[in-house]
Design a protein around this ligand. Structure first.
Ligand code: ASP
Ligand code: MG
Length: 387
């Protein structure tokens, strides 16, 4: 087998951890003929680099910021490669540029256009383990760009897609769970999930893997295996829906916190103007609903002041409901099995749990509820749906 192994910041946070990662890679060499490793920056390095730049400018020049941030991954890549060499294994580290990542789009949020794997192929053919600095590439001007926070997952998936390798992402959790185990101790680790479910989870609050990387994995049908960075426990495989068992209607409950529910009165004709003004103020609006002349939408607590200011400027009467959370149930089988919403509604009413808004997608249903009810709701739903 051939594999891309990705190790995140917490897995390479110290020299000792880098040594452990080197040992895991060496063990992998017994079964894999070609190994490419992608690393993130050590621990909180990226945050530290950003905060250095903020001491110089409130809004640092983004080209320079990319130049700065990209160094984090270069440090961990070269240290890991050194560790492998020191342990007697042939290895070479590469910057995103040397590994062939060509990007387009704006600095700090660039997209991967292509990966020119010539240097990689050469090094692999010489039997080397190639350690690639994640999160970075170069644009058409030859400037370094980065892919947005958490972007080294995307580096790994892009390489796996391009090289036709398996993709393994090692992290500080044992895989993906039915509910965040920090919230619900009895949560189960899931053996397999579909791309769509994981994307939905990532957008609905689960902090498992960067959503763009799953999108890419889906596009190129790259199976992604998520596992603990000690590599000694079974993780979760993300694959297409086809071979995912549909025995569970619901596979996951995800939560987004700090939800603000905004209601206001306005004539229909004014709506587009209001939402445009919200957008111009960079207010992300989530679930929108309307009845008569009352419009409601959800946003996040941190936007409260800006929204209030806008409505006051516009002379619109409004109302905020604070301290809410969005709880979502997610499952591929919802596509074909009706009645999930009905059974959740029933559970809510039996347990006298109030919800303020509901929204659905093909494979999820989300409820806006009071923050202090979240743990109860999770426990009840998890028991009901055997999660
Ligand atoms: N080091 C980058 C970040 O912290 C990229 C990554 O971790 O994937 O966002
Ligand atoms: Mg990371």
């Amino acid at each position: 087998m051939n594999v891309v192994m990705k190790f995140g910041g917490s897995s390479v946070a110290t020299i000792e951890k880098i040594q452990n990662v080197a040992d895991i890679i060496i063990r992998k060499k017994k079964e894999a003929s070609n190994i490419v490793v992608v690393v993130s920056a050590m621990g909180k390095t990226t945050n530290e680099l950003i905060s250095l730049s903020k001491q110089i400018s409130k809004r640092p020049d983004t080209r320079e910021l990319d130049q700065l941030m990209s160094t984090g991954e270069m440090v961990s890549a070269s240290l890991l490669s050194m560790a492998l060499i020191e342990k007697g294994h042939d290895a070479i580290s590469m910057t995103g540029n040397k590994a062939g990542f060509r990007t387009k789009g704006i600095h700090t949020k660039s997209k991967i256009e292509d990966v020119k794997t010539k240097n990689l192929d050469q090094a692999l053919s010489e039997g080397k383990v190639v350690v690639v600095a994640g999160f970075q590439g170069i644009n058409e001007r030859g400037d370094i760009t980065t892919f947005g926070r958490g972007g080294s997952d995307t580096s790994a998936v892009a390489l796996a897609a391009k090289l036709g390798f398996d993709c393994e992402i090692y992290t500080d959790v044992e895989g993906i769970y039915s509910v965040d185990p920090r919230r619900y101790k009895e949560a189960k680790k899931l053996d397999v999930l579909s791309f769509d479910e994981v994307m939905e989870m990532a957008h609905l609050g689960a902090k498992v893997i960067e959503p763009r990387s799953v999108e890419l994995a889906k596009k190129y049908n790259v199976k992604v295996y998520i596992a603990l960075n000690t590599a000694d426990k079974k993780g979760t495989l993300i694959t297409d829906g086809g071979n995912v068992l549909e025995k569970n209607v619901i596979n996951n409950i995800s939560v987004i916190e700090d939800v603000l529910l905004v209601s206001f009165n306005a004539h229909k004709k004014k709506l587009s103007d209001i939402f445009l003004k919200l957008a111009q103020r960079n207010i992300n609006v989530d679930v929108i609903s309307q009845s008569e002349e009352t419009i409601s939408f959800t946003s996040t607590n941190e936007n409260e002041d800006i929204i209030a200011e806008l409505f006051e400027e516009e002379n619109i009467s409004y109302n905020f409901r604070r301290d809410l959370s969005k709880v979502s149930v997610i499952g591929n089988a919802m596509r074909s099995q009706p009645g999930v919403a009905a059974s959740v509604f029933k559970i809510f009413s039996e347990n006298e749990i109030e919800f303020y808004q509901v929204s659905t997608s093909e494979i999820s249903i989300s409820y806006i509820i009071d923050k202090d009810k979240v743990d109860d709701v999770i426990r009840i739903l998890a028991q009901e749906f055997n999660l």
